[in-house]
Write a protein that binds this ligand. Structure first.
Ligand code: SF4
Length: 437
């Protein structure tokens, strides 16, 4: 299997593997051979992929279809796929063809590779002054199940995982009392105990709330938090970046423009961010494509989005009975279309916590290149009905990737250090399907 894995990498010849592959394969225990740091996370993801795409042989499902083959030609030529074309692609009658095209584009950037990391989710508080209709997580201040972690309690949640994770992912509700002081203390406490752990924290609406509570502008808040240890923003809360939709599903949240401006400000301060999309509530397909286009325009301006994370609405304990919900077919369509439209955001995530491992395994063959991380603890999606396991080890994540015919790559939070993950016990792996790896 190791040889098969290395052959798969060899076939793509990604530039960041600097040792000769024969050496790597002969010494699978020494993973330092696989490791490579990059000064710019986008340098290899965004460079040369159109040229590589032009040299790939399109699958028959793409060749024989005028919309898909035309889209491929436009992508190679560097033309943008419009919102109208995005709608046609999303609704294309051949799901297989759509996925084949998205997978081709993904492979032109990353070959057979699928990224994951060692991370832990810890929520700061479930108390929230808003009441978004899709949210199963928030509680009122006096609710019996409400909580608000002190910095010490937060750090103690990390303690059992301290030696095994690279990143802590921390978001929460809009606490009515907490100001920037609280979050700065929190991040300083985390860094004091775990200086190596990357802090990915705070959605844009939390940033806006902290700004309001503290009486300071957004830029100042981000500067203070960065100084205290904040490394990146996770991107949650984008929902659909169309204000008429937002007004119905999350009234009171930041406007679309504010979401984009907060991320743009973070980018200008050197804070990378992710961006998300919650779909399957009340939006139209066109509004999904407008959302993608707005992210794409923002990325042209500020360039700091690392990864796009689309996830479908989960309805348990929420208050949105008119939601249309999204089928598996639709989830895959959204992921595939995102890969095709978002030509300037390198990574597309199949967010296991929301879509589950089975759908994620399809998604990573349909345009997605990342399956998030070990996570360990998750409340937001699980309160809303997710049944994704929370005790997956990195070996199990790698197994999920390999059993999908792909190569697991362990990454850091900014994709600036990556390594082929081969430190697993393969005794229970399914046999590879001929020609897949
Ligand atoms: S989604 Fe966020 S802002 Fe909205 S109610 Fe839930 S916790 Fe509060």
């Amino acid at each position: 299997m190791i040889d098969d894995t290395m052959r798969a990498i060899d076939s793509f010849q990604l530039l960041y593997i600097t040792m000769p592959l024969s050496n790597v394969g002969s010494n699978p225990i020494d993973r330092s051979f696989h490791r490579k740091s990059m000064s710019d996370s986008q340098s290899y993801a965004n460079s040369g992929w159109r040229l590589r795409l032009s040299k790939m042989v399109p699958p028959f499902a793409v060749q024989r279809d005028s919309l898909l083959s035309g889209t491929l030609r436009r992508a190679i030529a560097g033309h943008r796929i419009t919102v109208e074309e995005g709608v046609l692609l999303h609704n294309h009658n051949s799901l297989a063809g759509l996925c084949a095209l998205a997978d081709m584009i993904k492979r032109s950037r990353f070959g057979n590779h699928v990224f994951f990391n060692d991370n832990l989710h810890v929520n700061t508080t479930n108390i929230c002054t808003l009441a978004c209709r899709f949210c199963a997580f928030r509680k009122g201040l006096r609710h019996i199940e409400s909580y608000a972690l002190s910095p010490e309690e937060f750090v103690s949640r990390i303690e059992p995982y301290g030696n095994s994770i690279d990143e802590v992912h921390a978001v929460g509700g809009l606490h009515p009392q907490w100001t920037v002081e609280h979050y700065a203390n929190l991040f300083r406490s985390i860094k004091a105990r775990f200086p190596e752990i990357h802090i990915k924290a705070l959605t844009s609406v939390e940033i806006k709330h902290i700004s309001k509570r503290s009486g300071l502008p957004i830029r100042k808040i981000l500067e203070l938090l960065k100084d205290a240890g904040l490394d990146s923003l996770p991107g949650g809360g984008a929902e659909i970046l169309v204000d008429s939709v937002r007004d119905r599903i999350c009234r009171g949240k930041e406007l679309s423009k504010e979401y984009l401006e907060i991320h743009g400000t973070a980018h200008s301060l050197g804070i990378p961010t992710n961006c998300t999309m919650l779909f399957g509530t009340i939006e139209t397909v066109e509004e999904r494509m407008i959302h993608l286009d707005r992210l794409r325009v923002q990325q042209d301006r500020s360039g700091g989005f690392q990864c796009f994370v689309p996830y479908p609405y989960l309805p348990d304990k929420t208050r949105l009975p008119e939601a249309q919900l999204a089928s598996v077919n639709e989830i895959i369509r959204v992921i595939a279309t995102s890969r095709i439209l978002l030509d300037n955001i390198p990574h597309i995530k199949a967010y296991r916590m929301n879509i589950g491992d089975l759908v994620a395994s399809i998604a990573i063959n349909s345009g997605a290149d990342d399956i998030d991380g070990t996570v360990g603890h998750e409340e937001i999606m699980h309160e809303a009905g997710s049944t994704t396991r929370l005790d997956n080890s990195r070996e199990e994540l790698a197994r999920l990737v390999i059993s999908s015919g792909l190569v697991p790559i362990k990454r850091n939070s900014t994709y600036t250090s990556v390594e082929v993950f081969d430190g697993m016990d393969r005794t229970n792996l399914p046999l590879p399907i001929a020609g897949q790896v």
